[in-house]
Design a protein around this ligand. Structure first.
Ligand code: ATP
Length: 235
């Protein structure tokens, strides 16, 4: 198992945001978290990447216990988050943003090789490698945010609402990008309110509601579930 979270609970001060949640992500698999605003999806990602402490529970990543580890050390293990809202450096070029994604790596030659590799994979970024990130469209910026995370050589990539604020046509372009990261061998946790996108990409899914997992299983099961249809697909 790549990642296993056992019975994690997370609070903001006295308010419980995540209530006794357990999650498993297999090597190289793509898992979706779906649920409305405030369901606790972002909070789980923040807990997994060490940005927010657990109240209780354990997180295991590739046979190491990572809850309580420093963020830096978690990143070093290969657990990389692409936060909601992208957080690029708008005044730096595409290429500089990509290079910053690899800041933790010491193998500078391999970083340059990966840079060429990533630019081949994302031709739009290659065309714009010298352009300031802040001047690109929302979809291009999202691609850059994902490509930057790839520069860290993730073993597990956490994607928080990559489709947020993007036009439907652009979201269509994002799907193969996410799939290609997964094809490179990295596991992916995809948080999405765009449920059709999540259902299209993921193998397994967790449906969250008010901090709890209310449904989990293979994606085909979720797709056919009455609860998911009713809540998210207008069925
Ligand atoms: P969204 O899609 O809006 O990000 P989400 O499913 O990711 O929703 P969270 O952002 O994880 O949900 O929020 C879970 C709960 O924690 C909500 O009740 C929210 O109000 C609360 N919460 C989130 N961030 C904070 C914070 N910084 N301080 C206090 N409460 C917070």
């Amino acid at each position: 198992m790549l990642l296993r979270a056992n019975n994690i609970t997370v609070h903001y001060a006295k308010a419980m945001a995540v209530d006794n949640v357990s999650i498993e992500v297999g090597e190289g698999s793509l898992v979706a978290f779906i649920g409305a605003n405030g369901a606790g999806k972002t909070t789980i990602l923040r807990a997994l990447s060490g940005l927010h402490p657990l109240t209780s529970g354990e997180i295991w990543f590739r046979d190491k216990r990572i809850d309580g580890m420093r963020i830096h050390d978690i990143v070093r293990q290969g657990l990389i988050q692409v936060p909601e809202g992208r957080r690029l450096f708008p005044d730096l070029t595409v290429q500089s943003n990509l290079r910053l994604g690899a800041y933790i790596r010491k193998d500078k030659r391999a970083v340059e090789r990966d840079m060429e590799d990533v630019l081949e994979r994302f031709p739009r970024l290659k065309e714009r490698r010298g352009q300031k990130a802040g001047t690109m469209s929302g979809g291009e910026q999202q691609m850059l945010a994902i490509a930057r995370a790839v520069m860290a050589r993730p073993k597990l990539l956490l994607l928080d609402e990559p489709s947020l604020g993007l036009a439907p046509l652009i979201v269509e372009e994002l799907a193969p990008v996410i799939r290609s990261i997964n094809d490179m061998g990295a596991g992916v946790i995809l948080v999405e309110q765009n449920v059709p996108l999540a259902l299209k990409l993921a193998e397994r899914g967790y449906v969250l509601h008010l901090g709890k997992v209310i449904h989990e299983g293979p994606i085909d099961e979720l797709r056919d579930s009455e609860a998911v249809k009713k809540a998210y697909l207008g069925g």
